[in-house]
Design a binder for this molecule. Structure first.
Ligand code: CU
Length: 198
């Protein structure tokens, strides 16, 4: 066993695993995401060197397997943990909700109802402006702005609700309309358990 080469490969695998694991937090920081490809290269390099190091110049000593076992367990744990946390990744739709919202001065459905949706659902909102002036629709931190919807116009917006469960606000982004009361609560809940089974 070549001890120098062996230590180098363990080091490379450790750094690579760490980088790939950090890359799984891409939703927190884009720079983590950029870390993933080089970390994978480092990881694979380490994995490639490891058998060469182990069997170069004689059989490996038994203690050489301890760090390898540790890295294997840690790696499986990190990947498994990430897969568990990754249940709410973008694009993984577990259900659909359709809503119809009328818009007027200065309300949604006249009463600004609390709207409850589920995480990882595809939500389709049909907006109809029954008022006199232009309105718009946006869910803070959740959806894009619908853009101006003019008198008599009907528009549909769709988005996947992949944010954490919690209380958000939907509103009209036309200047001054929020102040006149054109907003309501948008509540994201955990999906019902019968739809999370895949
Ligand atoms: Cu408005």
């Amino acid at each position: 066993m070549d001890r120098g080469l062996y230590l180098a490969s363990i080091f490379l695998i450790t750094i690579g695993l760490l980088g790939v694991w950090l890359g799984s937090f891409a939703d927190i920081s884009e720079s983590f995401k950029e870390m993933t490809p080089p970390a994978l290269v480092v990881l694979l390099l380490g994995v490639f060197i490891l058998p060469i190091a182990l069997f170069k110049g004689g059989p490996p000593t038994p203690d050489a397997y301890i760090p390898i076992a540790f890295l294997l367990v840690t790696g499986f744990f990190l990947i498994g943990w990430d897969a568990m946390l990754g249940g709410g990744e973008e694009g993984e739709v577990v259900g659909n909700i359709s809503l119809y919202l009328l818009m007027g001065e200065y309300w949604f459905n006249e009463t600004n109802p609390n709207i409850t949706v589920y995480q990882n659902y595809l939500v389709t909102v049909t907006l109809e402006n029954v008022g006199e002036v232009a309105h718009s629709f946006l869910v803070n931190q959740v959806s894009e702005d619908s853009g101006y919807i003019f008198q008599g116009e009907v528009r549909q917006v769709s988005f996947i609700v992949n944010q954490e469960p919690g209380v958000y606000r939907y509103l009209c982004t036309v200047p001054g309309h929020v102040e006149l009361g054109m907003w309501g609560w948008w509540i994201i809940e955990e999906p019902p358990s019968n739809t999370t089974q895949t």
